[in-house]
Design a protein around this ligand. Structure first.
Ligand code: ADP
Ligand code: ZN
Ligand code: ZN
Length: 740
């Protein structure tokens, strides 16, 4: 029979987002049966160029939709899920995020999937067990070494082995499937239980104080719609109690609660505060999990089995069928912003998601970001204040010590050392804060002033003494052996200058031999379980010195600390980044907030070479809110974010002139095409011009009109990617948090 030209035969197609750095989705064909089965939000295996990739279906095309004859359609390789694993709300969230941050949709969608699903593993992987059927099959698999290996492993476990364990042992699923075809083994599916566990109270709530009560009532009033709240409460004012009591009501309605915390805030202490209040399934989602645990937690969230989802940044993209509340604690924390690849801010995504899902979003902090205060000012967010410390604790007092005139031992003011001794002798704990790990930030020759510098960066090497003496570049990771003489003048006295936590640890051990010094930084907590050990020590009412970097500053509750010593924040007072003072103020207030959270009042001593700095004076004489007010005014006067919207272009190559010329030419193009709506700064060399052997240049774009800014950038950016030399790396950072 002849097919008439007017009735073309239908072509079954799906549109697929594939994980490649390209801004489009791609169409693939499939059979009618597959088409009927295919769901938007399900995974497919496809071939792309010469790669085999796992993509997600974003659309099913109508069979009679027009077909571009110039494009050769490929067929999908396999449908991997018979149901959507990303629901339509999460897909719209991801699509929006991809457009807002101008990052390829395929990559954005991938970032929402746990690693095992990203790799194409079956959704029910954790319920799949492989069992041997034929224990006498050697002769059938003589030709395949892989099958022989798999067969041997299966034979060791006659009752069956979980597929993910087999995969870990190097046995691939494809090999098992080949054995299954030959009748040698079979795959058994255990039933996975995704039914939610009923929620009940494990512990009675505390009696809320008037501020807490007001906050709880305001949030609960908005329970069934979108409203954003800033819970602006002093350190120790009981913000967590507010979250818990609001959660209680939301959970009672059978809804899920998503709680986001900063990366290093997800400690056993935080987890146990939620666990000890509610009996329910809590899914933990953070980067420390292995792939199976992560899949398990993600599935508990995605099926509705988990009622509370407690996670770090990327948990904001978890599909949640019953979302009723989003809480983002320590909302000012920089770890909510992803600083590489898909550079999203979980706080902004949370606000959009609340809007999409029609549920309240609560951002909490003792030191809210200036961005959030601006949203309050514009009426886009309601501010709820907690003005007193909960229970009987009082706010600590900050004292400034002028290092220029102070008597010192080991770089620490004598007066501060005397205060420390007093507290320790009274069996109290002291927290010493220094945001610099390692032994010393500089190694210098005493004779000719040569300094040990990283050969690949514009930066000094940091001296480390453990586990052995070495030099380490904290910017590119280069490690060098410790020189025993000066390479410039051959002098043999090389001196470490300045202090890092490891050096202060030595000094404190020498100055206070009778007391324990507990160091907390990335070097000392890298081992699994070390946090737990540190906590156990801190929670005992015994005198001790806690010494650490900003890991110590985050939301922790140390009931026996009555004195906080801040050794050096001067670099934060000098930085050129317009957000540097905001970050420094947050750090000072957060670290200070660790003092006096128990029954005794706390004091904070801050030693500095710049005691006259206005930031310090505002914090001492007034408070963080006053500082924030002033900063908002300054930003408004200078037309800086959040009063204008920003985007940062980072350009990196081995040739700084190439960077500069390229950016200049691009700036020119943007100027011509953006009707004076975009203010362009730069190109300028990055604050650290050379990093890991490559030169970095920046260009900042600012505009009062966000929609217009994004509109211009969209076209210009794609063009720019096409035109750039292949040796150059370009990144676009929408709403950048750091200009470095
Ligand atoms: P924040 O999160 O604001 O820093 P926390 O929630 O950690 O403060 O509370 C600090 C301490 O105060 C905790 O020990 C907490 O149990 C206690 N607390 C909170 N609310 C109350 C309350 N209403 N009555 C008594 N104690 C409270
Ligand atoms: Zn020298
Ligand atoms: Zn380096």
């Amino acid at each position: 029979m002849q097919v008439s030209a007017s009735a073309p035969s239908p072509v079954y197609r799906v549109r697929v987002a594939v994980p490649v750095y390209l801004y489009d989705c791609f169409d693939y064909s499939l059979s009618i049966e597959q088409y009927q089965q295919a769901q938007i939000g399900a995974r497919v295996a496809v071939s792309f160029g010469r790669q085999n990739l796992i993509g997600v279906i974003t659309d099913k095309l109508a069979p009679d939709a027009p077909l571009d004859p110039s494009i050769k359609l490929k067929a999908i390789t396999e449908l991997l899920d018979d149901q959507a694993i990303l629901d339509s709300k999460v897909l719209s969230l991801l699509t929006w995020a991809s457009q807002y941050y101008q990052f390829p949709i395929g990559e954005v969608i991938q970032s929402a999937l746990p690693a095992l699903l990203r790799q194409g593993k079956p959704y029910n992987l954790l319920a799949r067990t492989w069992k041997l059927l034929d224990a006498d099959a050697e002769s059938k698999i003589k030709r395949s070494e892989r099958q022989q290996e798999a067969y041997k492993v299966l034979k060791l476990h006659p009752s069956g082995t979980a597929e993910n364990l087999l995969n870990l042992a190097g046995v691939e699923t494809a090999t098992l499937k080949a054995l299954e075809k030959k009748g040698i083994c079979e795959c058994v599916l255990d039933a996975q239980d995704f039914s939610p566990m009923p929620v009940s109270m494990a512990q009675m709530p505390l009696t809320a104080n008037p501020d807490q009560k007001k906050a709880i009532e305001a949030i609960l009033k908005a329970r069934k719609k979108y409203q954003a709240f800033l819970l602006d409460g002093l350190t120790g004012s009981g913000k967590t109690e507010v979250y818990l009591q609001v959660m209680q009501e939301v959970l009672k309605q059978g809804k899920q609660v998503l709680v986001l915390v900063p990366e290093i805030g997800l400690t056993p202490q935080t987890i146990s505060r939620f666990q000890s209040r509610f009996h329910c399934n809590i899914a933990l989602l953070h980067s420390g999990l292995n792939d199976s645990k992560r899949l398990q937690a993600w599935q508990a969230a995605q099926t509705g089995k988990a009622s509370i989802i407690l996670g770090t940044r990327s948990a904001i993209f978890t599909p949640l069928p019953n979302l009723g509340l989003i809480v983002l604690d320590e909302e000012h924390d920089l770890s909510f912003k992803q600083q590489e690849g898909f550079r999203y801010h979980a706080r902004d995504i949370a606000l959009y998601r609340g809007h999409l899902e029609q549920c309240p979003v609560v951002l909490g902090s003792a030191t809210p970001s200036i961005d959030s205060y601006a949203l309050v000012q514009n009426g886009k967010m309601s501010c709820l204040e907690l003005n007193q410390r909960a229970g009987s604790a009082l706010m600590p007092k900050i004292h400034i010590l002028d290092l220029k005139i102070a008597q010192k031992q080991h770089g620490i003011s004598q007066m501060l050392l005397d205060e420390m001794k007093k507290r320790l002798d009274k069996k109290e704990q002291v927290l010493v804060f220094l945001n610099r790990r390692g032994y010393a930030p500089v190694l210098i020759c005493e004779s000719c002033a040569w300094q040990a510098k990283c050969p690949h960066c514009d930066a000094n090497f940091t001296v480390h003494r453990t586990p052995y003496q070495h030099l380490h570049c904290h910017h590119c990771g280069t490690i060098h052996r410790m020189p025993d003489h000066c390479p410039q003048c051959n002098h043999s006295e090389l001196k470490p200058i300045g202090m890092g936590t490891a050096k202060v640890e030595d000094s404190l051990n020498e100055l206070f031999p009778a007391y324990d010094v507990i160091r907390v930084d990335r070097d000392s907590t890298s081992r699994v379980g070390s946090w737990q050990k540190i906590y156990d020590k801190i929670q005992k009412s015994e005198p001790a010195i806690l010494l650490g970097t900003q890991m110590l500053a985050k939301g922790h509750h140390f009931p026996y600390v009555t004195l906080v010593a801040i050794l050096d924040i001067d670099s934060g007072l000098l930085s050129v980044d317009f957000r540097a003072t905001e970050r420094t103020a947050q750090l000072v207030v957060q670290v200070s907030g660790r003092a006096g959270r128990g029954e005794r009042k706390g004091d904070v001593y801050l030693q500095t070479l710049r005691p006259e700095h206005p930031l310090l004076n505002t914090l001492v004489q007034e408070d963080y809110r006053q500082f924030a007010k002033q900063t908002l005014k300054e930003r408004q006067a200078a037309l800086m974010p959040p009063f204008r919207y920003a985007a940062l272009i980072r350009c990196e190559s081995k040739d700084q002139t190439l960077n500069k010329d390229f950016l200049q030419q691009q700036a020119q193009l943007l100027r011509q095409n953006s009707e004076n709506m975009v203010d362009i700064w730069g190109p300028i060399p990055a604050p650290m011009e050379r990093k890991a052997g490559r030169y970095q240049s920046h260009m900042v774009l600012l505009s009062a009109d966000r929609a217009r800014l994004h509109f211009y950038i969209r076209h210009w950016w794609l063009n720019m990617l096409h035109q750039k030399p292949s040796s150059m790396k370009l990144t676009l950072d929408i709403d950048p948090q750091e200009l470095s």
